[in-house]
Design a protein around this ligand. Structure first.
Ligand code: SF4
Length: 174
């Protein structure tokens, strides 16, 4: 899920550094567009690794992640191996799951966050908060919700792309 553009976006860099071999076991796969290690400062607090999942049906006008839309593109990866590689290569355990729309692969993304339970996780979705599966929330530190709306483009509020979107600290107050 792209924020659209917030002035700090570097999402046009789609260079996966993954060394994992694609898998074809339907029970353990997740389809990935790209991974961007240890360089983003616009996808949640701190320096973060961002993993972009494949597939999106929100079709936001002004989306800058067009290559994520087609569910037939991207590569299938073993979830456990992907989680291990993300943890090994993310120096501070700060990982953002984006896309695309992560919940286009709902079961797979829930399985992935469970594998990454020791990390500081942020998730970007175009869905609204009441559409997010409740079982995923305990595994997340942050969530950004809402579709990107070009006419509401916002460059002054951190971690969102348009003013209708909300960036939520799910651990605040705990
Ligand atoms: S949710 Fe909207 S901005 Fe994000 S990838 Fe899909 S179409 Fe693009």
């Amino acid at each position: 899920m792209s924020t659209g553009m917030n002035g700090q976006d570097s999402r046009n860099i789609f260079n996966s550094n993954s060394k994992i071999q694609p898998m074809h076991d339907e029970s353990v796969i997740i389809k990935i567009n790209s991974i961007y290690y240890n360089r983003s400062v616009s996808d949640g607090p701190g320096i973060r690794t961002v993993v972009y999942l494949q597939g999106c049906t929100h079709y936001c006008d002004g989306c800058h992640n067009l290559t994520t839309w087609d569910p037939d593109h991207g590569q299938d990866y073993n979830i456990q191996e992907l989680a291990r590689e993300l943890q090994e290569n993310t120096f501070n355990k700060k990982i953002t799951i984006s896309g695309g729309e992560p919940f286009f692969q709902k079961e797979a993304v829930i399985a992935l966050v469970k594998e990454l339970k020791d990390c500081d996780l942020c998730l970007y979705t175009g869905s609204n908060l009441d559409e997010v599966p409740e079982e995923i929330l305990p595994y997340l530190h942050y969530i950004k919700v809402g579709k990107y709306k070009k006419e509401l483009r916002c460059t002054t509020i951190p971690f969102i792309g348009s003013s209708n979107q909300t960036f939520i600290n799910l651990k605040e107050g705990q």
